[in-house]
Ligand binder design. Structure first.
Ligand code: UD1
Length: 309
């Protein structure tokens, strides 16, 4: 295998690159370094870095040279930014996606795995969410990811490209910037704990999410490249936690009591999320996801080290 990882310098990308290199698989990344950084990447002779944008056809085609597999993670990842500037978000998340898809086809790559999202489902009508649930995106970002899934189905069926879309749920872990507009609640809470500030809970804290550790996402990505499954697959642990449960575990992991301040419910917030992971279990039969407490402990340790630096 020789894998091209688009967005390889980003949060999920850099962990996926590490996992591939651990397995002795040579990697090339294509990244425009708008949100990813070189610091996220290891020094490794098996790793090649190409700076470029997925909207640039020439850059994408040149990045495909001698590549057997593509892991497409580069995207405009902020839901909020997609609401504020839909054309800009569309140009990366649909235009860029189609560029990578077409280049994979033209270069006869053996397989392309790409990042879809739980945002495709929008506000769930029925829980737990299986891949068969109706897509009802409620943001341009969710719609863009759904359009990706539809393109993938078409390119697989009509042009014989091997494609697999991973619908990530709530991802957390090292290198997710708490200041970034797409940082999840865990990054934000840990940053507040570090600063000994109260945690702002939007609503009563009963809302549930399926939180998955980024290293498990990286593992799923690598296994997805090596499998022959098609269509889309939810990527989540299958276990849910309410925000209040999350805070309780966080406080124990940090060995610190935390103060909570309740604020008004965030506009458009999803009250409950729960995921059905039968397809993922077929991809990863060992089902050994990092439990929330271990993931939070690892993240707290990482954060305290980076704060000290
Ligand atoms: C995710 C997206 C969000 C999008 C939504 C719908 C991210 C980080 N967020 O939200 O932009 O609109 O899917 O597709 O990708 N919370 C607090 N305090 C905080 C931050 C969050 O109480 O300081 C709450 C939120 O109101 C929410 C829960 O924590 O109920 C989780 O929030 P978040 O991590 O943003 O994830 P999603 O709600 O799934």
């Amino acid at each position: 295998m020789h894998v091209l990882v688009t967005g390889g310098a980003g949060f999920i990308g850099s962990h996926s690159v590490e996992k591939l290199l651990e397995a002795n698989i040579p990697v090339r990344i294509l990244d425009n370094f708008t949100s990813g950084t070189r610091d996220n990447l290891p020094n490794n002779s098996q790793l090649e870095i190409q700076e470029g944008d997925i909207r640039d056809e020439v850059a994408v085609h040149s990045a495909m040279k001698d590549i057997t597999h593509v892991l497409h993670l580069a995207a405009q990842v902020s839901v909020q930014a997609s609401v504020e500037n839909p054309p800009e978000s569309c140009s990366t998340n649909i235009g860029g996606f189609v560029n990578v898809l077409q280049a994979s086809r033209a270069n006869d790559v053996q397989r392309m795995v790409y990042a879809s999202s739980a945002a495709v489902y929008g506000r769930p009508v029925q829980l737990p969410l299986s891949e068969k649930a109706m897509a009802q995106p409620c943001s341009p970002y969710g719609l863009e990811k759904y359009v990706n899934d539809q393109y993938a189905i078409l390119f697989a069926k009509e042009f014989g490209v091997s494609l697999f879309g991973l619908r990530y749920f709530n991802v957390y872990g090292p290198r997710q910037d708490p200041q970034s507009p797409y940082a999840g609640v865990i990054s934000k809470f840990i940053s507040m704990i570090e600063q000994r500030q109260p945690l702002a809970v939007f609503g009563d804290g009963s809302q549930t999410r399926d939180f998955i550790f980024v290293k498990d996402i990286a593992k799923a990505n690598v296994q997805a490249l090596q499998s022959d499954m098609g269509g889309v697959c939810n990527v989540a642990t299958g276990k849910i936690h309410s925000l209040l449960q999350l805070i309780d575990i966080l406080s124990r992991c940090a060995n610190q009591s935390v103060e909570v301040v309740h604020q008004t419910v965030r506009e458009g917030d999803i009250p409950f999320s729960e995921t059905e992971i039968t397809r993922l279990q077929a991809l990863m039969p060992t089902n050994d996801f990092t439990d929330l407490s271990s993931g939070l402990t690892a993240l707290l340790q990482y954060t305290s080290q980076t704060v000290k630096k």
